[in-house]
Design a protein around this ligand. Structure first.
Ligand code: ADP
Ligand code: MG
Length: 703
């Protein structure tokens, strides 16, 4: 019985721990039980197999080991600092200590020899060591005392201050292994170990902490990474299977007349990717199981059309459909586009937002209740209780991360007979494939990975303040040849702490540089009254204004094909995907387009890297991969709110992509044979998946 084993004993009973340390380890590292210590893996290893001559040591940011004789040891007059000089045949080295002066002074008596280990640092142009590790040198015939590869454990300042050094950690882990390893049950059945050529769990755990050589370590980490990714995917796929068995959906047999009417009158062909995705959606909608599909596609890839055609399938089968947008501006824009697509059909659409007038609103409520309105576009207003549908069959949600799970579930109650509508979530934030597989592993994901033909590449340029005059001249020439300009700022109002050129001042500067007439500059931001915002937005969309100064409210979806220049002020303040989204606002018409990144004077290394990267590619997926490498999967836009379904301990979504795919395929194979893991041979897997960590609250992102 796992729960009774020594593994679940609190850490304080472990030799060398005690209640004080146990509390500290729990607070600092979340390590509570003996088992937790077994799974607290080193985050790197030090190779202490070599001893280098002192003269060869440079400040290169890596740990080195050297051996030397103490020449002198001296405490400063304020008694705050101990300086020790050590020498070998090649030269001498300064060591500095700020703590434990008395003890260290006694130990490092002049003439004695030690092994020193640590990271060199530079002080006034010289290399020295601050608080190096000190070990007795190997005796005659002995090799170097510590193992060849020494694990370095996660640590914190509080731990170090309390004297919990890496050495102490190694000791504790060793003790935990001594008492607990034999109780560890392998979550992977024997047959999987054989098929995959994996070492068993006890060997893996032991060798991760105390590898005898690189090969043993490689096998151990390989096994643990596979296990982690495999179990994660097994869990997601199993949930997906349960969903597909239990969640009945409306059956939409045919494509229907409205679909064909719209399709036939399109002035262009669908892209291959659009066709493929529509086919996937069609199959879902006629399957009898509720669709839960995420549609990913870069800005401008033609998601709106896919959404409309999906709605028309619902309408053609006698159902209603809704399209929800995160903001009023976007809802209006969607509505305008959708009306164009619907023109050749007799399908009636309407829009409902927070600012719909009450008379209008009554009409819409009635139209939805009676079924006269087939497609409704709107904002959160659609979720209100008084909105009742006759037969809601499909809900399209644009930009999923702005809708909470609970809000989405309110749509369910709007469907007839308690059957939930099909759900299609669209996002223009490309997520790396590995992340999508993990975040949305229990959903179906469709990707539009092809742009409609005729999209011109956007030229992306970085400039700084010194080029302001040239920039304005360029903007003028663009406006004079009939184009429009976006200017985006990171902030709305000036804050005392910040030196950002903000929207308010920016707007004034633009008006001064581009006076009316002939130029017209409008501003749009989140703190404006809705009417003013819509009015200005429409002025720009209709071409009455030449320059739109805004915050990121225009980030998603806004479509003004005549706009050819996107100026982003203080571009380094934006995230990579956000910049990419903004850039996607131009390049939609047939003109040559530009994205101009105006750097602030305080760009950091990271910011510089982001801007360079953005200039180097227009592929949203490449950018999102890079973004993930720079910031880690947990900090990506679009994942921050939902978080990863299970925290990864050893595998990395950034580095272990191929292994993840492999693990997922293998998990699928196991489930194909035994969907509920009922077979005796899979009992360990079922037992493992019943553990707490696989059952987070907000597990499924859509339904
Ligand atoms: P998204 O919503 O993915 O950002 P949109 O649906 O707004 O993209 O489409 C961007 C532009 O491309 C729109 O002007 C749309 O009319 C056009 N478009 C969509 N599909 C195609 C296609 N297959 N061929 C040519 N143009 C297309
Ligand atoms: Mg769109």
């Amino acid at each position: 019985m796992r729960s009774r084993s020594i593994l679940s004993e609190p850490l304080q009973y472990l030799e060398g721990v005690g209640p004080k340390r146990a509390a500290l380890l729990s607070r600092e590292l979340g390590v509570e039980k003996i088992e937790d210590l077994l799974y607290l893996f080193p985050h790197r290893y030090e190779d202490r197999s070599t001893i280098v001559p002192i003269a060869s040591i440079r400040d290169e940011g890596v740990n080195v080991q050297f051996m030397g004789k103490v020449k002198s040891a001296e405490v400063s007059s304020d008694r705050k600092r101990l300086t020790v000089i050590v020498e070998d045949e090649s030269g001498s080295m300064e060591l500095v200590f700020f703590k434990g002066l008395k003890y260290t002074l006694e130990r490092l008596s002049p003439g004695s020899r030690f092994l020193f280990f640590g990271k060199p640092s530079s002080f006034q142009g010289r290399v020295n060591f601050v608080h190096p590790e000190i070990d007795a040198p190997p005796g005659p015939g002995q090799s170097i005392p510590t193992g060849v590869l020494t694990g370095v454990y996660p640590s914190t300042e509080a731990l170090r201050n309390a004297g919990v050094t890496n050495k102490a950690m190694i000791k504790m882990v060793g003790a935990a292994i001594g008492v607990g390893l034999r109780d560890v049950v392998d979550p992977l059945p024997e047959y999987i170990l054989k098929e995959r050529g994996l070492v068993n769990i006890r060997t893996a755990i032991y060798n991760i902490h105390f590898p005898s050589d690189g090969n043993a370590l490689f096998k151990a980490t390989g096994r643990m990474k596979f296990q982690e990714l495999f179990l994660l995917q097994l869990n997601l796929l199993k949930q997906k299977y349960i969903h597909s068995r239990n969640d009945k959906g409306f059956v939409m047999h045919s494509v229907g007349a409205p679909f064909h009417e719209c399709y036939k009158s399109l002035p262009y062909d669908l892209t291959g990717a659009q066709k493929r995705v529509i086919k996937e959606i069609r199959e879902d909608m006629q399957s009898g199981i509720q669709m839960n599909r995420l549609l990913q596609g870069d800005v401008g890839s033609g998601k709106t059309l896919v959404a409309v055609l999906s709605c028309l399938i619902a309408v053609g089968n006698g159902f209603q459909a809704c399209i929800m947008a995160p903001t009023e501006v976007l809802a209006r824009q969607h509505y305008a586009n959708i009306r164009k697509y619907l023109a050749p059909t007799k399908v009636k659409a309407a829009i409902l937002t927070g600012s719909s007038k009450s008379g209008e609103r009554r009409e819409i409520d009635e139209g939805l209740r009676s079924g006269e309105i087939s497609i409704i576009v709107g904002t959160h207003a659609l979720l209100e209780d008084k909105v009742v549908f006759r037969s809601l069959g499909l809900a399209v949600i644009d930009e999923q991360h702005r809708f909470g799970v609970e809000q989405r579930s309110r749509l369910w109650s709007k469907s007839p007979g308690g059957i939930p509508p099909h759900v299609l979530v669209m996002t223009a934030t490309p997520i790396p494939r590995t992340l999508a597989m993990t975040l949305y592993g229990d959903l179906d994901v469709s990707v539009i990975d092809e742009m409609p033909p005729g999209r011109k590449p956007v030229r992306t340029i970085q400039i700084d303040e010194s080029k302001r005059y040239a920039l304005n001249k360029f903007i003028k020439s663009e406006i004079d040849s009939g184009r429009q300009i976006f200017v985006v700022y990171p902030l709305i109002f000036e804050s005392e702490k910040s030196d950002l050129r903000n929207l308010e001042i920016g707007y004034e500067n633009m008006v001064r540089a581009f006076p009316f007439p002939p130029y017209k500059v409008v501003a749009v931001h989140g703190q404006q009254p809705l009417e003013e915002k819509n009015f200005n937005m429409e002025a720009f969309a209709a071409g009455r204004a030449h320059i739109l100064v805004s915050t990121t409210v225009i980030e998603v979806g806004v479509d003004v094909p005549n706009a050819s220049v996107m100026v982003i002020e203080n571009a380094e303040r934006f995230g990579l995907s956000q910049l990419h989204q903004l850039r996607g606002r131009v390049g939609r018409g047939s003109d040559k387009s530009y994205c101009i990144l105006v750097r602030g004077d305080k760009v950091g290394e990271e910011g510089k890297k982001r801007l360079d990267l953005l200039c180097s590619t227009e592929d949203g997926f490449v950018l999102s991969e890079e973004d993930m490498k720079m910031r880690g999967p947990g900090n990506m836009e679009g994942t921050q709110q939902s978080g990863l379904p299970v925290e990864l301990n050893i595998a990395s979504l950034t580095h272990d992509g191929p292994l993840l795919t492999d693990a997922r395929n293998y998990a699928q194979k196991i489930l194909d044979d035994d969907p509920q893991l009922k077979e005796e041979k899979n009992a360990p897997l079922l037992e493992e998946l019943s553990r707490q960590k696989y059952h987070k609250e907000d597990f499924s992102k859509i339904s």
